[in-house]
Design a binder for this molecule. Structure first.
Ligand code: PLP
Length: 401
């Protein structure tokens, strides 16, 4: 009876349609069985010493009070330098940058500052589920445009058809989670042209900007035709392996940044103060830090590709990020959820069903996502566990467990 009453308590409509992926559930099962977790993009590697030292020093020096609502000026100055040198975008640290609680926090604030309920936003599928869930939370109507494997290209005519006078934003993720797509300059110019035609915003999530494999990362915000309508979002989580520190930022025209700063203040007040100081030290690291990180991820990508091919998967080798979607032969498992659960039970490796990332879950029903941002020893262990799946012939695997 008590349960019944509890269940009947009303919830806000805005949370009813939100479905979280099973990543956390699979992670918990995986941890309980002592397995290797390739499901969550937690970036399970040590942060650079300089970053940790600077954050500890800031704590010792009591750099604890709320910061400026746009973040400490030292960090905004470092971000402006990086945006100029790495992204080719000039921005004023006083008026065109806000430090947020993660780049996910940047997107939440940017969407609240620019989109009304009922407005339309274009999202490429497969997508990062936080983007889609936040847009749903805010009552924004999503128009999906498909990316097709293996190269994750989109049909320009489909994008043009999706863009209409109700389109208020085109959302890009480059390099993308989960596909690893790195948008080309030609694609970004096409997107910029369509956004200009409808006077729409471009929001671009570039959190994996330093993790590319031979393909150049291009920021759409550097094109003169896009500069006044682009909100570029990034952060420290992936670049310095500090996903739990929650330091991100966004950059854009001062009018919209001013409103994003107000929203950010209301939601979070500020990002963690001492950790902002840690990231200032991170942003001063030399080029070789980023080169080494890329080289390490390339090695891990190749290890994962080899293991997946050995067990009969077809990996869609990513051009960027540290995720890989890979397909399995139809009939090997009933669907992506059955495959995820079977692999977790049989060899103790957690993955994510591909169906979680598509507007039409059927598109990912024979795909799994593997995250290879792991310590080398853990990734080796995961690969050797995965290879045990090849011990039994494919036809005999059926829908095990
Ligand atoms: N954007 C994408 C595409 C991601 O994959 C993730 C994390 O997995 C985030 C944003 C979250 O970044 P942050 O930790 O800066 O909020």
């Amino acid at each position: 009876m008590a349960d019944k009453i509890k269940n009947e308590r009303p919830l806000a409509d805005r949370v009813r349609s939100i479905k979280q992926s099973d990543i956390r559930r699979y992670s918990a099962i995986c941890a309980a069985m002592g397995g290797v977790n390739l499901s969550q993009g937690v970036c399970d590697q040590p942060a650079p010493d300089a970053v940790k030292r600077a954050a500890k020093q800031a704590i010792d020096e009591d750099k604890a009070p709320y910061t400026n609502l746009r973040g400490i000026i030292e960090l905004r100055t470092a971000i402006a330098k990086k945006m100029r040198e790495f992204n080719g975008i000039d921005c004023d640290p006083e008026t065109q940058i806000v430090v947020n609680v993660g780049s996910a926090g940047s997107f939440a604030c940017a969407a609240l500052a620019t989109l009304n309920p009922g407005d339309e936003c274009i999202v490429f599928s497969p997508f990062y589920s936080y983007h889609v869930n936040l847009l749903k939370l805010f009552g924004v109507k999503i128009t999906f445009v498909d990316l097709s494997p293996p190269d994750w290209s989109y049909d320009p005519a489909a994008l043009a058809a999706a863009c209409n006078e109700r389109t208020r934003m085109i959302l890009i993720c480059t390099p993308a989670n989960p596909s690893g797509k790195v948008f080309s300059e030609a694609e970004l110019r096409d997107i910029a042209r369509l956004a200009a035609k409808q006077n729409a915003w471009i929001a671009t999530d570039e959190i994996y900007e330093y993790i590319t494999y031979g393909k150049e990362h291009v920021s759409v915000g550097r094109f003169p035709e896009a500069k006044d309508r682009t909100i570029t979002m990034s952060g420290a989580s992936k670049t310095y392996a500090v996903t739990g520190w929650r330091i991100g930022y966004c950059v854009g025209p001062s009018e919209v940044i001013d409103r994003i700063a107000v929203v950010s203040d209301l939601l979070y007040i500020c990002a963690p103060a001492p950790l902002q100081h840690g990231i200032v030290a991170g942003m001063a690291l030399p080029d070789r830090y980023y080169q080494q990180m890329q080289a390490d991820y390339l090695t891990k990508r190749e290890m994962t590709v080899d293991a997946l091919r050995d067990i009969g998967f077809t990996p869609f080798v990513p051009d960027g990020s540290y995720y890989m979607l890979a397909s399995f032969e139809e009939g090997r498992w009933a669907d992506a959820t059955a495959a995820t659960e079977s692999i977790l039970q049989r060899v103790g490796v957690a993955t994510v069903p591909g169906s979680a990332f598509y507007r039409n879950p059927a598109d990912g029903q024979n795909q799994l996502r593997f995250c290879y941002a792991k310590k080398m020893a853990d990734l080796e262990e995961a690969c050797s566990r995965l290879r045990k799946l090849a011990d039994r012939p494919v036809a005999a695997m059926g829908a095990v467990c």
